[in-house]
Design a protein around this ligand. Sequence first.
Ligand code: AMP
Length: 345
Amino acid sequence: MFAKQELDEILSSYKDFKIATICSHSALQIFNGAREQGVKTIGICTERSRELYESFPYAKPDEFIMVDDYTGIPVDELVEKESILIPHGSLVEYVGDKIDDLAIPIFGNRGSLVYEKSRNKMFEWMHRSGLRTPRVLKPDEIDGPSIVKFPGAKGGKGYIVVHTPEEYYSLVGEDAKTMVQEFIVGVRAYVHYFHSFSTPAGYKTSYGKVEMLGIDRRMESNADEIARQLSVGAKIPISFTVMGNQPLVLRESLLPQYMDMGRGVCNSSKELFGGIHGPFCIETIVTEELEVYAFEISARIVAGTNLLESPYSRYSHGPNYTTGMRIAQELKNAAKAGKLGDIVY
Ligand code: AMP
């Protein structure tokens, strides 16, 4: 892992800062939000993506750094241009383990990635945060609908549902390194939070405050279109590949529980790896008994925030406020207070 001390030296050489990210995932929102807050942006872009990122005048970066592919981040050039890198799902996916060693300031805390990368550690983190989770089952313990997650699978791709140990072994085999979870039946809610060192909104944590900025529900194929398949008599196995996102609001009686969950994640993050900063998401399922199960934490901006304004961002920061704007605002506040080093690693 790149040493924090060396990173602080890089930061201390910055007179100003620019926001940089890979042109993918939620980059349009990140660039648009920075523009709204008067922060200059850099898009790390391939020739293939450039036309798209030039075609939205209010969400295109101020400058492009062209790369052959996204596995190599042009770190020296970005540092020379005083950039802070904003992580999103595509950055985590393309750069993978090498993210730990990138010699560039990254918004948030790269220490969280150790917990995000390993499903077992993720469950440890969720339990430490006080979250209720689905049971994690050994293949022989499967006693009802169970979801099988394969290593490295992204966005739900390739997951299957089994019901018995026999079905598991016949479909997966003996040796696969899967995680099997009890399949929770209920309504999915992907809740977007933001941890800030200075905000009037949200609940107090041990090192700042945590705000709720929005909620989405992912549209996953073909799980979310099963009724259409049934209506035409098609027998297609269930799958969970993410196609997009829809906005959601929670019944108000659930809000205190979700605010406490956000706080729990922030406080445990502080104990485990020095804290989470900026946007993160808890992925949950609410059962008909109104019990909330969490099955994942994403310690960065999630694509569901691309729905832009939600009632919760409005109640926290006024109209037309987005997570992209929130990121730029937080970095500006930190730069002004001389605290960039506290929220960037
Ligand atoms: P994940 O890769 O963990 O984000 O899961 C991808 C999708 O699989 C989720 O968005 C849910 O629709 C579904 N899913 C994951 N875990 C569970 C679970 N324990 N019970 C029911 N559905 C799940």
